[in-house]
Design a protein around this ligand. Structure first.
Ligand code: AMP
Length: 269
């Protein structure tokens, strides 16, 4: 694997087409690996990046303490035969014009009002620099991939946005680098989040959105989760469910022992 440490060095690479790009913040787990594996299977070459993007963290969030395991990450990527790893310079996020996303005034965008601006600004820089045929994202961050897909479409960037399934721990908890902040027992316990949204998807067959939302929220609160939101929305545009809705998103964000955990499930109608 070739490790590229500057934007200028990227320009001299002749990627074999079609090639895929997998942006990450490192501390790689099976969720990230599923993206790299998909890229290896479906594209001629794969470039991953590891960059803890300061622009997407709020003032009181965990930017400084975000888990960093670079040596281990490099080993994992080597094992998967990833072709390139881009490690941007620390000033990569400096002096950028911040981009305003669509779909950022709901869900995570409400409690993290600058988060998606930061994500989109960096992804835009990556895409213009690397110009990959495809860029791969996990559905775990559903709102993120929707925002990026919308932006790429509006700006007519020539990159396919590919969204891949959520990889989970045995308990059902969606894998995340932030799960490292929790003990093994806590991670087991937090499997309740996924069971809850699965059950909510079932109950939508007989209950209204309002009742299903309340039941799920009550369940999680009683189980000791501090709610940010549990929302049932139109998956295509994150608006309220209407007669035009053909795919439902059940999305949840909670804090457990001060660790922010998100998850979601899609229901086709
Ligand atoms: P991050 O390092 O958290 O920025 O994540 C990098 C990419 O991995 C994003 O596209 C995430 O959506 C994706 N990802 C993170 N966790 C998972 C997971 N459990 N399953 C699938 N994709 C994931």
């Amino acid at each position: 694997m070739v490790i590229v440490k500057s934007s200028s060095a990227l320009n001299s690479i002749n990627f074999q087409n079609p090639f895929a790009f997998v942006p990450t913040m490192g501390n790689l787990h099976e969720g990230h690996l599923s993206l790299i594996k998909f890229a290896k299977e479906n594209y001629s070459e794969v470039i991953a990046s590891i960059f803890v993007n300061p622009l997407q963290f709020g003032k009181n969030e965990d930017f400084a303490s975000y888990p960093k395991t670079l040596d281990k990450d490099i080993e994992i990527l080597e094992d998967l035969e990833c072709n390139y790893l881009f490690l941007p310079e620390p000033n990569f996020a400096e002096n950028l014009e911040i981009i305003n996303p669509n779909f950022s005034d709901v869900l995570c965008g409400l409690s993290r009002p600058t988060h998606f601006h930061g994500v989109l600004t960096i992804i835009d820089k990556f895409l213009r620099l690397i110009k990959p045929n495809a860029c791969l994202f996990g559905l775990k961050d559903y709102q993120q991939q929707l925002i990026i897909r919308d932006y790429v479409h509006r700006k007519k960037l020539r990159t396919d946005i590919i969204s891949l399934p959520i990889i989970r721990e045995n308990s059902g908890l969606a894998m995340s680098s932030r799960n490292n902040y929790l003990s093994k027992d806590d991670r087991e316990y937090c499997g309740k989040i996924y069971s809850c949204i699965k059950k909510t998807a079932e109950s939508l067959k007989t209950s209204s959105v309002k009742i299903a939302t309340k039941q799920a929220t009550d369940f999680l609160q009683n189980a000791g989760f501090e709610m940010d939101y549990l929302k049932i929305l139109d998956a295509d545009n994150l608006s309220e469910i209407s007669e035009r809705t053909n795919k439902i998103l059940i999305a949840v964000a909670v804090n457990y022992k001060k660790v922010r955990l998100i998850d979601n499930i899609l229901v086709s109608l």
